[in-house]
Each structure stands twice: as structure tokens, then as C-alpha cells.
Design a protein around this ligand. Sequence first.
Ligand code: HEC
Length: 103
Amino acid sequence: MRGWVGVILVGLAACGGSTDVDAILALEGDVGSGKIIYTSRCSLCHGEQGEGGTTIPLQGSVLPRDEIVSIILAGTTDMQGFRDILSDQEVADLLAHLEDGIL
Ligand code: HEC
């Protein structure tokens, strides 16, 4: 039984949500919406202004914007990926907010 649950979850993960970094970079992000998403999804760990909360700050990150989007989508060892949680537009909004004063 457990095996089947795994198969179903992988199937779901493959369909929904954002997958394409380039498609996201091509969208025009909304700073205001991005701020709301950031506050609810990211600020606990990265701080209200990206100054670092429980983990590394985002301020002063040297990563290029496509890398930032990839990390938001895929996550890291200690950070969940947001691919199945946020839409392409929401990730674009988030990036706009990050570039509007955090990064
Ligand atoms: C549960 C805590 C947590 C949450 C929530 C979280 N992150 Fe992270 N994030 C981390 C940790 C820890 C790292 C450090 C990288 C690692 O895991 O090795 C990181 C790394 C990053 C990096 C790479 C920064 C760099 O310069 O290397 C970016 C960009 C990032 N997070 C963006 C976000 C965004 C945007 C959100 C909200 C959608 C978010 N994170 C939510 C914990 C979190």
C-alpha cells in the first residue's frame, strides 16, 4: 500500500504548479502581491526585510535571478520547494518584491 501512495504523490507533483524558470522570468511581477506572499511564506526563516530570521539573510545574496527562482521552485536541503504551492505569477511577484529592496 505505501508504495502506491508514493506513486500517486509523485504523479501529482509532476502536474501542478510552476516548473519553468524562463517562463517566470518573462512575467511582470507585482511588488505589492509579492510582499504579501513573502511575509506569509518566507519571512519567518529569512526575516521581514530579508535580514535573516532563523536562517541566512537574503539581503546581499550574490545569486543571479534565475538561480533565485530555481531555489524558490526546488528548495534546498533545509528549505522546502514552492513549486507545488505557488503559481508562476506568484513566484514572479515574489521576485519583484525581492528585487524591490531586499536583494
Ligand atoms: C523553513 C525555513 C525557510 C523558509 C520558509 C524559506 N526558506 Fe529560503 N532558505 C532557507 C535556508 C535554511 C536556506 C539556506 C540554504 C540551504 O538550505 O542550504 C535558504 C536559502 C534561500 C535562498 C538562497 C540564498 C542564497 O544567497 O544562497 C533563497 C533565494 C531563498 N531561500 C528564498 C526563499 C523564499 C523566496 C522563500 C519564500 C517563498 C523562502 N526562501 C522560504 C530556509 C527557508
